[in-house]
Design a protein around this ligand. Structure first.
Ligand SMILES: [Zn+2]
Length: 203
């Protein structure tokens, strides 16, 4: 995800003295990039490169700003996402996430960092259960509701190659495609807006 229209832009958490490191930002892949349409591969080994990837994804997410970012959005075809919904429990990384169950429905405005500047009312499950592992290999088992549940559904969709556009009803999707076609014509503007500074990480 997940830029949420109603959410205040959030700022980077304070960095403790002595832990300053260079900020590395990815380019966020935008709608139309084929990498967003592919199913990402299961992660089979936890290593230092994965921790570095997560750290750089978090920098990119906070910079955007957004509340979630999936690896395919930075061109990496692996099943991993980072999130921080600004509830005091972030930042977090989930590897090989699986949605196990769901309950109820919620409808609210939802956007995506890969479809910058646009959002739509979207119906999702109100509650979901998510499993996966964290960067240390600890098993995760999370009951989520509200925004967190929405974030999980959005990010797992990314790992399955699905954008929120495909979840819109027929009328909203038609409007969305029209808006996006208009943007493609003025692509230089869109690129300038969505392309953050890039340090390292060509991918
Ligand atoms: Zn997204």
């Amino acid at each position: 995800m997940a830029r949420r229209a109603s959410l205040e832009p959030r700022s980077r958490p304070p960095i403790a003295a002595g832990t300053v490191r260079p900020v590395a930002l990815f380019d966020i892949r935008a709608f139309g990039d084929p990498v967003l349409r592919q199913r990402a591969a299961e992660i089979t080994a936890l290593d230092a490169s994965l921790a570095q990837l997560a750290a750089d994804m978090l920098d990119t997410m906070y910079d955007a700003p957004g509340v979630g970012l999936a690896a395919p959005q930075v061109g990496v075809q692996r099943r991993m996402f980072v999130y921080d919904i600004n509830d005091g429990n972030g930042p977090n990384t989930v590897i090989n996430p699986v949605l196990m169950g769901h309950e109820g429905e919620q409808t609210s405005e939802e956007g995506c960092l890969s479809v910058p500047g646009l959002s739509w009312p979207l119906t999702r499950y109100e509650k979901v259960h998510l499993t996966g592992v964290d960067l240390d290999g600890n098993e995760l088992s999370i009951d989520a509701e509200g925004l967190l549940a929405r974030c999980f559904q959005h990010e797992v969709d990314h790992l399955d190659g699905m954008l929120l556009l495909e979840r819109l009803d027929k009328r909203d999707r038609k409007g969305a495609m029209k808006a996006l076609r208009g943007r493609t014509l003025g692509f230089s503007d869109l690129a300038g807006e969505s392309r953050a500074r890039s340090v390292g990480h060509g991918s």
